[in-house]
Write a protein that binds this ligand. Sequence first.
Ligand SMILES: Nc1ncnc2c1ncn2[C@@H]1O[C@H](COP(=O)(O)OP(=O)(O)OP(=O)(O)O)[C@@H](O)[C@H]1O
Ligand SMILES: [Mg+2]
Length: 260
Amino acid sequence: MPEIYAGIDVGSLCTKVVILDAGRNVLSSHILRSGGHYQGAAEAAFSGALESAGLRIKEISFLVSTGYGRARVTFSDTHVTEITCHARGAKHLFPHVHTVIDIGGQDSKVIYVNDEGRPKNFVMNDKCAAGTGRFLEVMAGALEVSLQEMAELSFHAQGESEVSNMCTVFAESEVISLLAQGTEKADIAAAIFRSIARRITGLVGKLGLKEPVVMTGGVAKNPGMVRALEEKLRTTLLIPPEPQIMGAYGAALIAAEQSD
Ligand SMILES: Nc1ncnc2c1ncn2[C@@H]1O[C@H](COP(=O)(O)OP(=O)(O)OP(=O)(O)O)[C@@H](O)[C@H]1O
Ligand SMILES: [Mg+2]
């Protein structure tokens, strides 16, 4: 029977699964909200990915779990940190990568990758939701638009508005008072992306930017955030076709290596 590998990334906000065949090709992937119940989310996402690949659990040769809730995946063979997995996934798709910026739901990380695709150093912001996907969701809620609409809006900004608070609660009331003063939603949206870009650039500043830079995590699917970050970092970010599954993809690649 050919070998089949799986990676599961139980993130603080979303759970992702990737299934690979023996040639490291993606057979299926699945993304769902973790919903605070990590074990249940892991089981549901894994079942979803197995179903779309037309596989049964006993056909999986090796399963690696990663992410915030990785230890809750009782059915995995081993678990690995998401820093290692994002580095591995990015390196596989972009062999020349030197820096990976992963912005997820709860934290943002800047990872420096060595020639073997292993992390040699990293910096992260994990104190609060500031500068993360969850922060963006709350701000989109305050603007009463979807994340996609918020990105679109930011491209039409004309004024120079500013959102200075990075604490989610204070930033939300700042946005509400800007709206009350009649500030255009487009200007506020652009200001929100710029404020996060400033914060990430501050993280990068600790160790310097080593190009090429790959962006992973769900926030890489937000074109407003990608553009603001590219402008602030003065670089072009390389984005995988599905950046949100990069941790699970890296975990599945590690699963394949472990069973070699
Ligand atoms: N289609 C989309 N467009 C824009 N943003 C998106 C989209 N899909 C997901 N996101 C963003 O991705 C975020 C979740 O990213 P991700 O799944 O990488 O987080 P996580 O791994 O659960 O979190 P963490 O790594 O911090 O534990 C959401 O908060 C949202 O902002
Ligand atoms: Mg994550």
